[in-house]
Design a protein around this ligand. Sequence first.
Ligand SMILES: Cc1cc2nc3c(=O)[nH]c(=O)nc-3n(C[C@H](O)[C@H](O)[C@H](O)COP(=O)(O)O)c2cc1C
Length: 121
Amino acid sequence: MFKVEPLVPYSKEYEICIKEAKDRVGNAPIKERINDISNYEVIYIMSPIYWRTYAPEVETAIKDLDFTGKTVRVVSTHEGSGLGNMVNDVKKICTGANVLDSIAIVGSQAKDSKSKIESWV
Ligand SMILES: Cc1cc2nc3c(=O)[nH]c(=O)nc-3n(C[C@H](O)[C@H](O)[C@H](O)COP(=O)(O)O)c2cc1C
């Protein structure tokens, strides 16, 4: 599993965090990058939903990778939007991928969603 982490952690204060996240859309540096996914056939892209799509750091992590021929499954956590536009945005950015079924988990219920995820996987 590869964990995408922001280069600079988000503030724990909600209002500041929202502002920081907005500022990072389209330019969200991450601590570490994965450069080569050639050894993987099925890739799960997981993200909290920010403004109805993936977090900006997830875009940074996936945007330059070669997804040609890969199978992609999408997992979101959210507080009402479900998958929002995330699946469509993943399809746009992961050119050449076969994006299969996806699942949305309510963030506040994530800890109790193990069996839901297991039966989906
Ligand atoms: C900047 C920001 C934007 C968000 N936008 C949405 C949204 O559009 N729709 C939604 O359902 N939840 C939204 N949320 C709630 C997050 O999806 C939720 O907090 C997350 O899935 C839970 O994961 P976490 O514990 O890592 O924050 C947003 C949260 C933040 C911080």
